[in-house]
Every structure is written in C-alpha cells, then in structure tokens.
Design a binder for this molecule. Structure first.
Ligand code: SAH
Ligand code: SF4
Ligand code: F3S
Length: 444
C-alpha cells in the first residue's frame, strides 16, 4: 500500500489537459496516494504539460527546474511529466532533464500506474497513441460541473498547430458510452457538462468499436437526460458547422446559447496558408446561419496575428471580420512557430515581433469594443446564472455564469451549484453585474 504517499499535479494548457489531470488525480487516489497542497514535500511531483505556443514550453521548464531543486534536497522524490510537451519531445526529455523519472503522452495517463507499481528505477517513457485507454476514475473540481471527452486527437492539418502531433489521429467514443457516462454524472449531482474535443462537430465519423454517429445526434441524446440543465462544448470547426448543430442550439433546451467558433484569421489567403479549409466568406456565411436560427447566441473565437506572410492588408481583413461579426469575446494569440509544423518552415516570411505586438493591440481594441457593445443587450434582462462561488474582486458578492457563458457578479444569497435568476444592471466586454431577482425566484 502507498497509504502515506502524496502527489502534486501542476496543469498547463487547455481544458483537455485539465480534464486529463482530473483523471491522473483520480487514478492516484485509487492507488492510495493523497493530494498534497504544494510541490514541496510531495513524494510524486507531476506536470501535465502544454506545447501550443513557445511561452507554454518556457513556463513549464521554469517550474520543472524548481521541482529539480526539491529533488536535490529530497532524492526520493519522483518527477513525472505528462501531456503534450512530453509527447512532442518523447525520450528526449530524459536527455534534456535527467532528473525526470517518468514521462507519458496525453493518451498514456493509465501507464503512470504501471510505472508507480513497477520496481524499475530507470526512467520510463510512454508515448503510444492508443486512442481511449481504459476508464480512469476521476476527481472533479466542482461536483455540479463536469467535462466529457468525446473524442481524442485531431485529423485537421492546420499548418501552425502542434496538436495533431501531440494527440494523434481523431478517435471518437461510442455514443451510448457517452450517454451512459453523462447519466452517471447527472445521478452524482452534475447539472452542466462541457463536451471536449479538438473538432467536436466532426464527432461520430471515427467511432472505434461502435456505430457511426453525429455531433447533433449526441446533443439530442444528452438533452433528453433528465436533470442535465446545461450542455456546452469546445471547440467546433467552422468547416463542419452544419445546419443540424445550428438547429440543435435553437431546439434543445439544455444546449447553451453560446458557441466558440475559431476564426484564426479574416483573410482568405492567410486561411489557406493556415490550411483552415474555409474562406472568409464561408466563415461569415456560417455566422449568418447560426444567427438566423439563434439571434441571441453568444459567439466567441480564437484569432492568431502575425502568421508568416500576414501583411497589413491581411490583418485589416481580420479587423473587418471582427467588426462585422461582433464577437462576444475572443482569445487572441501571436503566432508562435512550433517544432515539426508546416508553418514553422516559412522562416523567410516570419512577421517581426514588434509588428505582431502592434497588431495584437489593435485587434484587442476592436474585439473588446465590439464585445462591450454586444454585452449591452443583457442590461435589464433577467438571466439564469449558475452560481460558482464568490466574486473574485468583491467577496461580499457572488459569481456565476449565464447560459451565454458570460461571467456574472451579483448580490444575493445562493449556494454554488444553484441556478438563480439575476437581473443584469451593467455590462462590460468581460463581465456582467446584477442583482438576484427575488421576485423571479419566488415565481420560479
Ligand atoms: N482545436 C481547437 C483549438 C486548439 S488550440 C481548434 O481548432 O479550434 C487553441 C488555439 O490556440 C487555436 O485555436 C489557435 O488560435 C491557437 N494556436 C494554436 N497553435 C498556435 C500557434 N502555433 N501559435 C499561436 N497560436 C496558436
Ligand atoms: Fe490544431 Fe487545427 Fe486541429 Fe484545432 S483543428 S487542434 S487548430 S490542427
Ligand atoms: Fe491543449 Fe496545449 Fe495540448 S492547448 S491539446 S494541452 S498542446
């Protein structure tokens, strides 16, 4: 038994990694390990890494060096590195950082148990792509919200992106298995699920050991589960955004009025170089279709500036699309060359850092202004807010999220996990503020 052993996990990167970390934690607890509050003193120090941009790499390496210092003081400490960075460097991790004991890719979380139960003291690496491997126990951060990984990997070939190399080809989980999993979660108190995948609306074509299906069919089956109040998902790809998914938003009560639809760039020429498989016109056409059926839906996006060869005129097109669409929010990134990706070879066309920073600032200005304008539509309305806890800036107020995905800070009395009516009194690009509506609550 490992009853007295402790672990500490540091997670970098996207929700997929957050979710994988929940599985690492669940698995370790089932092996008898207990979670430690800090790295210092933990028997097992784990990192779940990201490699999406260079900054992610350098941030992680700084953390790893701190862990190495702890291990020098306490040589029995085991250091483990999982996730996308580990997958992208594979065995090289042991050459670069000899104090690492175990390394594993995103699909190999279960191998950590094998390592911990083995007698071998030599460094071990696990980097196969097996698709879905076993069903690991999970430790959920909040009992009323849960993530569901509907597929692993990505079949797209976006020229800037490292993810296909770190997570492999797309593999989808069978529909009935997903429905059963969500039912179990709902029985355990979950009222909101977020479906995770790199290209969720391509779901259903790559089901291993099950029938073909579709993302819209999955949404409909999940919507039918009693007690499940909110369904979210991230990220869909504009290429596969078809009418069936758009209609699911309009017709299924629990599918939230929010869609995160990554644009990446507004210039068709740049989109082509990015291998995004849609043009500016096609993206705008998808937005029109989505809004035709869901006029109030919140649209958020991801945008990259400074992609190799991006001219000022190309960038202007990105600004134009942002003006025209009026996103409710956007994650904006400066292009970062990634090892073994196609665009990293375009070195003769790299955009200087100064130009990229300048474009980023101008982009953020447009995105924020439009998001702020869009948010005004909520003022005076009463929105259902899922309470998550106390406001981060004012602990006398509560914080939650509207179905649109907006953060709402409000006065009132409620418990985390409750959905309460909040009358919105003010709005900025990032957050809404309001008061819990006692009348609406009494009538509910
Ligand atoms: N599968 C998702 C997103 C995965 S990564 C999708 O296709 O939408 C999240 C975001 O990081 C991407 O949407 C993109 O905007 C950004 N990103 C990915 N690779 C990048 C790179 N090399 N440099 C800068 N941003 C990048
Ligand atoms: Fe990367 Fe493109 Fe796949 Fe998204 S769709 S994970 S950006 S390759
Ligand atoms: Fe996510 Fe980073 Fe991997 S964004 S998929 S953890 S490279």
């Amino acid at each position: 038994m490992n009853a007295s052993k402790t672990f500490h996990v540091t997670t970098f990167g996207c929700q997929m990694n957050e979710h994988d970390s929940e599985r690492m934690k669940g698995m370790l607890e089932s092996l008898g390990y207990a979670e430690a509050g800090a790295q210092d003193g933990a028997d097992l120090i784990l990192f779940n890494t990201c490699s999406i941009r260079e900054k992610a790499d350098s941030k992680f390496i700084a953390y790893l060096q701190q862990a190495a210092a702890l291990k020098r003081r306490n040589p029995g400490t085991v250091i483990g590195v999982g996730g996308c960075w580990a997958q992208s460097v594979k065995e090289d991790v042991f050459r670069q950082f000899p104090y690492v004991d175990v390394a594993f890719g995103p699909g190999q979380v279960h191998k950590l148990a094998e390592f911990l139960n083995s007698d071998s003291l030599t460094a071990q690496g696990f980097f196969e792509f097996e698709g879905f491997t076993g069903h690991l126990p999970m430790k959920r951060e909040r009992e009323f919200q849960g993530w569901v990984q509907i597929s692993a990997g990505c079949n797209m070939k976006c020229s800037y992106c490292i993810v296909p190399a770190t997570r492999g080809r797309q593999v989808d989980r069978p529909l009935d298995e997903l429905v059963a999993e969500v039912r179990t979660m709902v029985d355990g108190g979950v009222i909101e699920v977020t479906l995770l995948g790199q290209n969720v609306n391509a779901y259903g074509r790559a089901v291993r050991g099950g029938e073909r299906s579709s993302f819209a069919a999955l949404l409909a089956e999940l919507d039918a589960i009693d007690g499940l109040r909110r369904i979210r998902y991230t990220s869909p790809h504009p290429q596969d955004m078809k009418e069936d998914v758009v209609l699911a938003h309009a017709q299924l009560d629990s599918v939230c009025p929010h869609m995160h639809l990554p644009l990446q760039a507004g210039s068709s020429r740049v989109l082509k170089e990015m291998r995004r498989t849609y043009s500016r016109e096609r993206f705008l056409d998808r937005v029109a279709l989505i809004r035709e059926h869901n006029p109030d839906i919140a649209l958020t996006t991801d945008i990259i500036v400074g992609f190799p060869g991006e001219t000022e005129a190309d960038f202007q097109e990105t600004l134009e699309v942002c003006e025209e669409v009026g996103f409710d929010g956007a994650f904006t990134f400066i292009y970062s060359p990634r090892r073994e990706t196609e665009a990293a070879e375009f070195t003769d066309r790299f955009v200087s850092h100064e130009v990229a920073v300048d474009r980023m600032e101008r982009l953020v200005e447009v995105v924020q202004r439009r998001a702020g304008e869009r948010a005004q539509r909520f003022i005076g309305r009463t929105l259902d807010v899922l309470v998550e806890g106390y406001s981060r800036t004012d602990p006398s107020r509560l914080r939650g999220r509207s179905a649109h995905g907006k953060v709402v800070n409000f006065t009132g009395l409620a418990q985390p996990g409750e959905i309460v009516p909040v009358e919105i009194t003010s709005a900025t690009s990032q957050t809404l503020a309001g008061e819990m509506s006692l009348l609406a609550r009494a009538l509910a």
